[in-house]
Design a protein around this ligand. Structure first.
Ligand SMILES: Nc1nc2c(c(=O)[nH]1)N[C@H]1C(S)=C(S)[C@@H](COP(=O)(O)O)O[C@H]1N2
Ligand SMILES: [Mo]
Length: 252
């Protein structure tokens, strides 16, 4: 099916199901099509579902806007982070040579990669905007390994539906669906504006997912887990943000 006819098919399917036998059937169609976000149950649930479903139907393959070199912000603002713990400081003192990222869960070849190894992986560069939900934003050039490359390398199983990504900061973790995980602009960034990624901006390694708001761009990444079910993680809503009342899907 082409994209358009597929879209029409899904819309028609959802509408028909809703008309024929109400919301429950529509919800089942949407679940099957991957249109229900993991935090759909709360009071903002119907709104969250609409946002996510609309994005997934209309923009599944669209790219975040890329800017030119001259548009890079002169004084990018690093959002303050909680004090970094002893383990981080130990790794930082060693120039991050011992920084590692573990990739586990629904993968044929789970693996742990060193930062040095990650730096040898194919690099993709983007000049994009990061926007905090609280209002500020800046444009920078990020370079890093596409998450799709990592997933390919560990042999992500076809049943995997989400990537859970965790920071060395215990309260920072989020997840994205496979559409965003495999999106060409979703990268584990280790460089910014031509230098190694500075610590205030998430160095040595942060996730850049430019199609979502700032808070989904977790800093100090050391753990990725492939899963088909977000229930066992935290409160089961898919991330620290939805656990504390923000939307799981923060698409822009
Ligand atoms: N580990 C970690 N990641 C984090 C945060 C944090 O405090 N700790 N803040 C988030 C928020 S709310 C935003 S808006 C962006 C800010 O990124 P910046 O500092 O590059 O502007 O990082 C996100 N990633
Ligand atoms: Mo933010």
């Amino acid at each position: 099916m082409t994209n358009i006819s597929r879209r029409k098919f899904i819309f028609t399917g959802v509408a028909a199901a809703a008309g024929a036998s109400g919301f429950v059937v529509a919800a089942k169609v949407m679940q099957r099509q991957g249109l229900i976000p993991p935090d759909a149950a709360g009071i903002y649930g119907p709104g969250e579902t609409l946002t996510y479903a609309a994005q997934r139907l209309l923009n599944r393959h669209s790219m975040a806007r890329e800017f030119s070199r001259s548009e890079i912000s002169n004084n990018p603002f690093a959002n303050e982070v909680d004090p970094l713990g002893n383990e981080f400081k130990r790794l930082q003192a060693g120039g991050f040579v011992d920084w590692k990222v573990t990739v586990d869960g629904m993968a044929a070849r789970p693996a742990t990669f060193s930062l040095a190894q990650i730096r040898t992986f194919p690099t993709s560069t983007q000049i994009t905007m990061i926007a905090c939900e609280e209002g500020w934003s800046y444009i920078a050039e990020w370079a890093g390994v596409p998450l799709s490359y990592i997933l390919d390398r560990v042999g992500a199983l076809s049943q995997a539906r989400y990537v859970v990504y965790r920071s060395i900061q215990p309260d920072w973790w989020e997840s994205i669906d496979m559409t965003d995980a495999l999106h060409p602009q979703t990268v584990l960034a280790h460089r910014m504006n031509g230098n190694e990624l500075p610590v205030p901006f998430g160095g040595p390694l942060r996730l850049r997912v430019p199609r979502q708001l700032g808070y989904k761009n977790v800093k100090y990444i050391d753990h990725l887990t492939l899963t088909d079910n977000l229930k066992p993680f935290g409160k089961g809503l898919g991330g620290a943000s939805p656990d504390s009342g923000y939307a799981w899907y923060a698409g822009i």
